[in-house]
Design a protein around this ligand. Structure first.
Ligand SMILES: NC(=O)c1ccc[n+]([C@@H]2O[C@H](COP(=O)([O-])OP(=O)(O)OC[C@H]3O[C@@H](n4cnc5c(N)ncnc54)[C@H](OP(=O)(O)O)[C@@H]3O)[C@@H](O)[C@H]2O)c1
Length: 408
């Protein structure tokens, strides 16, 4: 397989490290090794990262409902009380509060970017003996930032998780990666991406966030090869609940979609939209992870019934909206120059130095024209029926939500 980068639709000089060999960043400390026996099916005490985020909130609820474990939530905060408030507010935001049994939740103040999460030695040692299994969903999910900025949380934070996973006793790790690792040159021109270990050198990815997820997943794969029990889950675009439509308003693709509707212009692109509802992603991840036969595998938590971008806007216009399709480079130039309250993408790049000028010259929307094979997921959940609505069906739910919450 070649790692040749197709530059035809991407002005790579605009992007930091576009041509960098990111396999050089995959450096695993010696200490990450399999030293102790472990039991896959032990779910007494779980460490969960990212519980104050969108996906993490659903993971927390599903872990509580599908296991009897205590859940230790690693949360950035200055006090336990504040951590509780942050977690509660987040659960309320997504309508999940009533489903949570707080007696089983423990608050652990910590920061992924700090050595030992910033914990005192006693706490680190105690928890490394107590925790049986780790769900690592926490990450800095900021679309327009550089790799250098994302590295400490997404890469170094994942190394900290792996170090903790082998301290005093071996703890299986369930790592939330992303389907976007397939943005790298190795996967270009492929029509289907399979649930296999990550390949290539991570070249040809333009965004720092995705570069950091590529490196973090590669580090997990290296640790797996050293014997640590690790499963890797690659969600698609984690979109709103398929029941209520409630979603993360800050999500990049949600903002792109709403901006297109509000400003009545959308880019022409031959990509698919893999909206994958958060409640499906989370339930599937938890069901897969609690079955010991599924450890050490790769899972695509990606909607198997995506929609073509062009069909998405045909559907939107059929609902009575009036969105004009324009060449993708014209759309980015339009977005970079029309900064107003309807342009929900602008706030994401306006805060990043020099990014507005870069965005002006973009020639693609960062989503996929390939499909994602989900055989491991389907096989791993053969006995569980978890519905995942098609993107076409989801649109009905999401547009009702947009209207109800005054977003359009
Ligand atoms: N959203 C998507 O479409 C998508 C798609 C594929 C994969 N993913 C992956 O799914 C996971 C969750 O994403 P999300 O959309 O739920 O993101 P999110 O809503 O931004 O949540 C991120 C979580 O990570 C925590 N976090 C960030 N920096 C931290 C640090 N230094 N120390 C401790 N915790 C930290 C955040 O805590 P604070 O509340 O303190 O900030 C928050 O709880 C991520 O690993 C992401 O890469 C997301």
């Amino acid at each position: 397989m070649s790692n040749t980068i197709d530059n035809s639709n991407c002005n790579f000089e605009q992007f930091e490290f576009y041509q960098r060999d990111f396999s050089q960043e995959v450096k695993l400390p010696e200490k990450i090794n399999l030293e102790f026996d472990y039991e896959h099916a032990l779910f007494r005490n779980i460490l969960l990262t990212g519980a104050t985020g969108f996906f993490g909130a659903y993971l927390l609820v599903d872990l509580l409902e599908e296991t009897t474990a205590n859940i230790y939530c690693l949360i950035r905060s200055s006090s336990e009380e504040q951590a509780r408030v942050r977690l509660e507010d987040n659960l309320k935001k997504y309508g999940l509060f009533a489903r949570v049994d707080f007696k089983r939740i423990h608050f652990v103040l910590g920061d992924l970017s700090q050595k030992n999460f910033g914990w005192k030695t006693n706490l680190y040692e105690d928890l490394s003996n107590c925790i049986d299994v780790i769900y690592h969903s926490g990450a800095s999910v900021v679309y327009f930032r550089s790799y250098t900025t994302m590295k400490s949380v997404n890469v170094d934070g994942t190394i900290e998780i792996l170090l903790f996973a082998c301290r005093n006793k071996t703890k299986p790790v369930h790592y939330v990666s992303s389907f976007s690792i397939a943005r790298s040159a190795y996967y270009r021109q492929k029509s289907v991406i399979y649930e296999e270990p990550i390949y290539g050198k991570g070249m040809g990815i333009k965004l720092g966030y995705i570069q950091s997820k590529w490196v973090a997943e590669s580090i997990c794969e290296q640790a797996r090869l050293r014997g640590l029990p690790i499963s890797i889950y690659r969600p698609g675009i984690i979109s709103g609940s398929q029941k209520s439509g409630v979603m993360n308003h800050y999500d990049f693709i949600v903002r792109v979609l709403l901006t297109c509707v509000l400003l009545q212009k959308a880019p022409i692109t031959s990509t698919y939209v893999h909206f994958t509802p958060v409640d499906y992603c989370s339930k599937a991840m938890v069901k897969l992870s609690i079955n010991p036969n599924n450890i050490n595998r790769y899972f695509h938590l990606v909607n198997e019934n995506p929609i073509l971008w062009s069909d998405l806007f045909k559907w939107i216009n059929a609902q009575g909206y009036d969105v004009e399709m324009i060449p993708v480079e014209d759309w980015w130039a339009f977005i970079a120059t029309n900064i107003n309250s309807k342009n929900l993408v602008a706030p994401l790049f306006m805060t990043e130095k020099g990014m507005r000028d870069k965005v002006k010259n973009w020639k693609e929307i960062d989503i996929f024209s390939c499909k994602f094979d989900c055989s491991n997921v389907n096989q791993g959940m053969a006995n569980d029926s978890i519905e995942c609505l098609s993107v076409k069906e989801l649109l009905e739910v999401y547009f009702l939500y947009f209207i109800k919450s005054g977003m359009i």
